[in-house]
Design a binder for this molecule. Structure first.
Ligand code: S3P
Length: 172
């Protein structure tokens, strides 16, 4: 079985993925880290040196590789993974996969993400918080149509990691 966690940057896909994998005794794979290991380069550096198109191809190829593994895995995607190539279709078509869209309220997301933006190439240039919020609102709206194709939706707004974990365990 594979549990695939998806959602916008900063919702906590990796944090929750790691604890869920521990509780299920599954392997945990964070797709961004998998890409960084394979390329021996950080995500910001891949974007800077090779560009986003290169990154998206690599992301799609790495997703296929992970989905083909014959083991139980909890996989956290990057925020853009479901949106590009045929990635979301691959996830939906895979009988071994249970996918969950993790969402949080916009104001909570914006506050968290504004502090963490420096390591994320798509948003690291924002200086003004209200401009940033405007971008995230539109970007999330565009991406949600892909995110909502997941098998389940879990709202993590105002929840601790423990609360989120127990809701996720009940869901899948
Ligand atoms: C991206 C999200 C990032 C990473 C890359 C692009 C996106 O992952 O894959 O910076 O397009 O939303 P996180 O969602 O883990 O930040």
């Amino acid at each position: 079985m594979k549990v695939v966690l998806l959602g916008y940057m900063g919702v906590g896909k990796s944090t929750l993925g790691r604890v869920l994998a521990d509780s299920f005794k599954f392997n945990f794979i964070d797709l961004d880290s998998y890409i960084e290991n394979k390329e021996d380069m950080s995500i910001p550096k891949i974007f800077k040196i090779k560009g986003e198109i290169y990154f998206r191809k690599l992301e799609s190829q790495c997703l296929k590789e992970v989905l083909e593994k014959d083991e139980d895995i909890v996989l956290s995607l990057g925020g853009g993974t479901p949106v590009y190539a045929n990635n979301m279709q691959e996830i939906i078509d895979n009988q071994d996969v249970t996918s969950v869209y993790l969402k949080i309220q916009l104001d909570e997301l914006v506050s968290k993400l504004f502090q963490q933006r420096s390591s994320r190439p798509l948003i690291s240039h924002y200086k003004d918080k209200s401009e940033f919020e405007e971008f995230v609102r539109k970007h999330l709206f565009e991406r949600q149509q892909f995110y909502f194709l997941a098998d389940y939706v879990l709202d993590l707004s105002d929840k601790t990691v423990d609360e989120s974990l127990s809701e996720l365990q009940d869901l899948i």
